[in-house]
Design a protein around this ligand. Structure first.
Ligand code: WT7
Length: 655
């Protein structure tokens, strides 16, 4: 996330009108884990509500104070002690659920493993013993740089078990990015693998670690899982996982940790500045991920099979592959590879194979699947699905409807979940058994979360009044406890724009019913002839035209209008330019749905859009192109060559 400040202009214009809505299926509503009364209960006494949710966990010592709020510093469940790994494993095994499958793992080449709760507990205990024998103790930082394999989950839970702070680094990051994070966190141990399978072949991980640790003596050991068997260099500090974890004892007596003991650090992508090490602690975090996982996905752990397609290197993977699902004793699916290996139906094949009932993925993936065509998912039996979720970006109505129809069979609720690395857990989302979902809306704060939209003076916007800045009014249990090593930056980034309110950096609008629609990052907002226009709304309008598969728009400096809207579109037929007729048609289409002010001035056809590795469009780079500037730092892109490809499509720079 980029650091962002509201611009002190009039608040966002509210242009998009979407009136479809889908009530929950009657049987789902009748059996839902969370019903409408949860909102009332939480409103009546928010702290008592969160205490009730905390009691769903196993505490070794109860808390004395539910919340100690010294703005902007919160402590939750003060005095309480618990162990996150025990909550995800031991208590389920103790309750007789040891034989339940915890992880159905699918490797990209088609190999698979199924691991029960009892087996996972044993493996985590072995890993806890092994990393202890390597000298890791409570409070130490452990970097994890791994492919999507079960050992990654084992490593995280082993850290949690002994109170070491894990710091998972996305496997796609370069050795420089790894090094920066090792310096900032002063990690003592790195856990990695020789490599993992991606796009049909082994891709390496170990060389990036070798490079990053070479001149970093604070790293005492590198623990290496053998996944691919590829050739790797072997250094003095290196230890094979199978040499120390496999022979270790499966007996490990966990210690109870303070509710406020650090659980992990997760670096946010930081598209502009130095990445921020977002700190999460134990009790409040686990309380909210445990609750929201049950409430938003309505999971029935005895029968559901849940699959989150995110990478564990992102917060989504932490909260909704590992901690939320396992705390609920759910059965998860975990997939190592890419969606188009060996064919473009891989995701749907996985859903069919494991009879997945709940699936969670990003809008960027959904739009890619739209582009590949609905005949691909149509070849698979997806009838097991009963809830499908979306996260990471605004889901435009067109993608929502496509997802609901083609993946959800037309009767499966879509939960559009808004949250951030910083919030730790889902904050705004429909509840599948309560809410009539609107395509494109994340709806409202989950019970216990007070989300609001304010104008540039920090005043709450009335329903139907329009757009503004998304804020959170009250502290919540899973909130970040700060930025690792940088208190000042924590205060400035999130708490300085509106006194007493957490400012998320996103624009949003509140419709007539009081429901919330996310409008993208405020630093992406375009200012056209005095109107703040959201990129999300214009992109949604473009994508709702049958010829457009994906779109990104930016505001480019314009002498007349301040900024002019420039759109980059991927056309469904793969055309390399936008013919004049189509340009007119698309401009009119946008004008028809949003009004003439939102008509793009220019439209460029591109084969791909620049995206971060977590799937967010990097509009900053497109703005460089639209304003004929040299393109800035592209190191966080999935594919850095894409900017050259896009630049080639454009008329030559005129200066
Ligand atoms: C930013 C946070 C949440 C975990 C993955 C991303 C955007 C996220 C939604 C949504 C509209 C969304 C926001 C937010 N975002 N979910 N459902 N609708 N926008 O975590 O990398 O920390 O990014 O992602 O802009 O601020 P992150």
């Amino acid at each position: 996330m980029a650091d962002s400040t509201p611009q002190g202009q009039e608040t966002l214009s509210n242009l998009l009108h979407e009136s479809r809505s889908f009530p929950p299926p009657a049987d789902l509503a009748a059996e839902a884990n969370v019903k409408a009364d949860a909102y009332e209960k939480a409103d009546e006494d928010r702290l008592a509500f969160w205490e009730e949710q905390a009691r769903l966990l196993q505490w070794e010592q109860p808390w004395d104070t539910v919340l100690d709020w010294n703005p902007p510093f919160a402590k939750w469940f003060v005095g309480g002690k618990l162990n996150a790994s025990v909550n995800c494993l031991d208590r389920h095994v103790d309750a007789g659920l040891g034989d339940r499958t915890a992880i159905n793992w699918e490797g990209e080449p088609g190999d698979s493993r199924s691991i029960t709760y009892a087996e996972l507990k044993d493996q985590v205990s072995q890993a806890a013993n092994a990393i202890t024998s390597l000298g890791v103790t409570k409070g130490d930082r452990v970097a994890i740089y791994m492919p999507m394999i079960p050992e990654t989950v084992v490593a995280m839970l082993a850290c949690a078990r002994i109170g070491a702070v894990h710091m998972v680094i996305f496997g796609g990051f370069s050795s420089d990015a790894v090094g920066q994070r090792l310096d900032d966190s002063q990690a003592k141990l790195v856990i990695t693998a020789d490599g993992g399978y991606r796009r049909g072949k082994p891709s390496s991980l170990k060389p990036a670690i070798d490079e990053a640790v070479a001149d970093r003596p604070t790293v005492e050991n590198v623990l290496v899982v053998r996944r691919t068997g590829q050739e790797i260099e072997w250094n003095e500090r290196d230890v094979w996982w199978h040499d120390v974890v496999d022979p270790a004892s499966t007996e490990h007596t966990p210690e109870a940790h303070d509710a406020e003991d650090p659980l992990y650090i997760m670096y946010t992508s930081g598209t502009t500045a130095k990445p921020k090490g977002i700190l999460h602690t134990t009790g409040g975090y686990l309380t909210q991920v445990n609750y929201t996982y049950s409430a938003v996905f309505d999971v029935k752990p005895e029968t559901d099979v849940y699959w989150c397609a995110a990478d564990i290197g992102w917060v989504t993977g932490h909260s909704y592959i590992v901690y939320g699902p396992l705390a609920n004793a759910a059965t998860i699916v975990m997939y190592e590879g890419t969606p188009d290996t060996p064919h473009k139906g891989r995701f749907w094949e996985i859903i069919e194979k494991y009879k997945v009932t709940i699936a969670y993925m990003a809008p960027t993936a959904i739009r890619t699947f739209m582009r590949w065509g609905e005949e691909i998912p149509a070849k698979f039996d997806l009838s097991s699905l009963r809830i499908i979720g979306s996260v990471g970006e605004p889901i435009n109505p067109e993608a929502y409807i496509w997802y609901r129809e083609n993946i959800g069979g037309g009767n499966t609720p879509v939960v559009d979940t808004w949250w951030q690395t910083e919030t730790g857990a889902i904050m705004i989302s429909p509840l599948p058994g309560v809410t009539s979902g609107k395509p494109g809306a994340a709806m409202r704060g989950v019970p216990g979360v007070v989300a609001d939209v304010v104008n540039d003076e920090g005043k709450s916007i009335s329903p139907g009044e329009g757009g503004g800045f998304l804020v959170i009014r009250e502290p919540w249990p899973a909130m970040l406890r700060g930025i690792w090593g940088d208190e000042q930056r924590y205060k400035e980034t999130y708490w300085s724009q509106f006194p007493g309110l957490y400012f998320a950096g996103d624009g949003a609008k509140k419709d007539e019913d009081g429901d919330l629609w996310l409008l993208g990052r405020v630093d992406d907002v375009m200012l056209v002839s005095g109107h703040n226009i959201s990129t999300t709304e214009v992109e949604s309008a473009l994508v709702s035209h049958p010829k457009v598969a994906e779109a990104a728009v930016v505001g480019a400096t314009d002498k007349v209008t301040g900024q002019a809207i420039v759109g980059f579109v991927i056309l469904r037929g793969g055309e390399e330019s936008v013919p004049d007729e189509l340009l007119q048609e698309l401009r009119n289409h946008v004008g028809g749905s949003l009004g003439p002010i939102a008509k793009p001035a220019r439209l460029l056809a591109v084969p791909e859009l620049p995206k971060t590795r977590s799937g967010k469009i990097m509009r900053r780079l497109l703005r460089d192109i639209a304003e004929n500037r040299d393109v800035g730092d592209t190191s966080t892109l999935t594919d850095s060559t894409i900017m050259d490809v896009i630049a080639k499509q454009l008329p030559q720079k005129s200066s």
